[in-house]
Ligand binder design. Structure first.
Ligand code: MG
Length: 383
């Protein structure tokens, strides 16, 4: 569907450019203009466009089903080179296509001399308004893509990371009936080396036992704050360890740091904060409460802060995982740049999007690893 409208629009954009003789374009209609027009004044130009990403499978929760997920695509152009970014906004974080577009309208990149002033630019973007972390990430990712392309290197190389160290990505099995869990597990075994199981319901043991009927592949579990008693949670973790589980995400409410700290202290498995962590400044108070943190670009404003979080967590002797939202190969490829530096990788978001609606190609699943490419920037090509 998206491909069709893009084609129509490419045609329209080509006609418009030809008819007007204009070399620069700022309307969203020309977002995908195939000509990388040079801005006459050499300034950066930000364009953006809301995109509904088609899901590969409908997402259903109690009588409500959705087939698309909202996102906003960004593009920053400078001296004939274009960098791409994306905002993915799950509803629970409070952003929408409308709020992202409103935010992006306020971003004035023309005031900066070049994209290499990345720190100044992203500090300015962060101070435009509070929150809006996905909107900020969409600028951050496009800017990193652009700077990497101008330098001619991917970010994993700029940071000095070895792609071969990228841990295999988890793929999530949702809470479901034993028959469905058995069926899905068998399907996923060909492509993945580790699976992630959503726990925090009355069916926790049943879920794990069902998967164990099929395979002994390592499992990560995410309780999503679903456990309410620390003693019961620790008993569960002890049992999970015997079942070949290798890590636990957000066992109890983020509002109960003492209980989570007690669990972490006694747990034989590493315990990661997810709901409890958003940005760099959250990290110091989580030391001792969790073993590690889950970094998500849409929550932390993008790659610049994600890299700082990675380094601060390491300095505090904490472990790190990288996660994602349901998002296209754009944001996943950006996250895949720092994946070689993490302990656990949870980058299955682009696998949930239909390939027709995924508007770029970048990091791909290779032997269970969501591996970044060697192309410059965030390593993507638009299609
Ligand atoms: Mg989680």
């Amino acid at each position: 569907m998206i491909k069709q409208s893009r084609r129509t629009f490419l045609k329209a954009a080509a006609c418009m450019t030809a008819a007007s003789g204009l070399s620069t374009v700022s309307s969203s209609a020309a977002f995908f203009s195939p000509t990388n027009a040079v801005s006459p004044d050499g300034k950066m130009k930000l364009t953006f466009e809301p995109v509904d990403l088609q899901l590969r499978y409908p997402f259903t929760v109690s009588g409500y089903s959705r087939t698309v997920t909202p996102s906003v695509r960004t593009r920053i152009e400078y001296e004939g080179v274009a960098g791409y970014g994306e905002a993915a906004m799950p509803q629970y974080l409070g952003e929408s296509q409308a709020s992202v577009v409103d935010f992006l309208k306020r971003v004035k990149l023309e005031q900066f001399r070049s994209p290499f002033e990345l720190e100044d630019i992203l500090t300015y973007v962060d101070h435009i308004a509070e929150n809006n972390t996905a909107a900020k990430a969409s600028v951050d990712i496009a800017l990193h893509d652009l700077v990497g392309k101008l330098i001619g290197q991917p970010w994993h190389r700029i940071w000095g990371l070895n792609l071969d160290r990228t841990p295999p990505t988890t793929y999530t099995i949702g809470i479901d009936t034993p028959d469905m869990v058995r069926k899905k597990t068998k399907e996923y075994l060909d492509d993945f080396k580790i699976l992630k199981v959503k726990l925090g319901s009355a069916r926790d043991r049943e879920m794990i036992e069902t998967i164990r009927e099929v395979t002994d592949i390592p499992l990560a579990v995410d309780a999503n704050q679903g456990w309410s008693d620390k003693h019961a949670a620790l008993d569960m973790i002890m049992w999970l360890k015997e079942k070949g589980v290798v890590m636990v995400e957000q066992p109890m409410s983020k509002r109960k740091p003492d209980d989570n700290a007690w669990i972490t202290q006694h747990s034989p498995l590493p315990v990661f904060a997810d709901e409890a962590i958003q940005r760099l400044t959250d990290i110091p108070k989580l030391k001792g409460v969790y073993t590690g943190i889950n970094i998500k670009l849409m929550k932390c404003t993008g790659l610049r802060e994600a890299w700082k979080m990675m380094n601060l967590a390491r300095a505090l002797d904490m472990r790190v995982m990288v996660g994602c939202m349901t998002e296209s190969s754009c944001a996943i490829s950006a996250a895949a740049q720092l994946a070689p530096a993490v302990d656990f990788c949870d980058l299955d978001g682009s696998l949930l999007i239909s390939s027709e609606s995924d508007w770029c190609r970048g990091a791909t699943l290779q032997k269970g690893v969501m591996r970044a490419t060697d192309k410059p920037g965030i390593g993507i090509e638009t299609v």
